[in-house]
Design a protein. Structure first.
Length: 101
């Protein structure tokens, strides 16, 4: 079951990621949203493998892993998709009295 990334595969992935970043493509909010949606589908598509890894590594029961680990990941991903424009806005939010707004 276990497969590992070779050093060559890692270097290739790193090069691709670095080259993509240097193009400026990652600044687009649409691109970022698409990536977040891909994270969502990665979680859904690999749910069984994630649960198996949590069981193997942490002896986490499937019910616990579903309820805390996977559900949390999914909710966080959806929250980031929903609030991306708001969080990336140019205006400085009012931080209240603590930061002297």
């Amino acid at each position: 079951m276990a497969t590992f990334t070779s050093e060559k595969e890692f270097e290739d992935a790193y090069t691709t990621i670095f080259q993509t970043f240097t193009t400026g493509k990652t600044k687009s909010l649409a691109w970022r949203k698409w990536q977040l949606k891909q994270v969502w589908w990665m979680i859904v598509d690999n749910e069984k493998a994630i649960l198996a890894a949590l069981k193997s590594d942490l002896n986490r029961h499937e019910f616990e892993a579903q309820g805390s680990d996977l559900l949390g990941l999914k909710q966080d991903t959806l929250e980031h998709i929903q609030h991306l424009e708001e969080w990336a806005a140019d205006e400085i939010p009012n931080a209240g009295i603590i930061f002297g707004a």
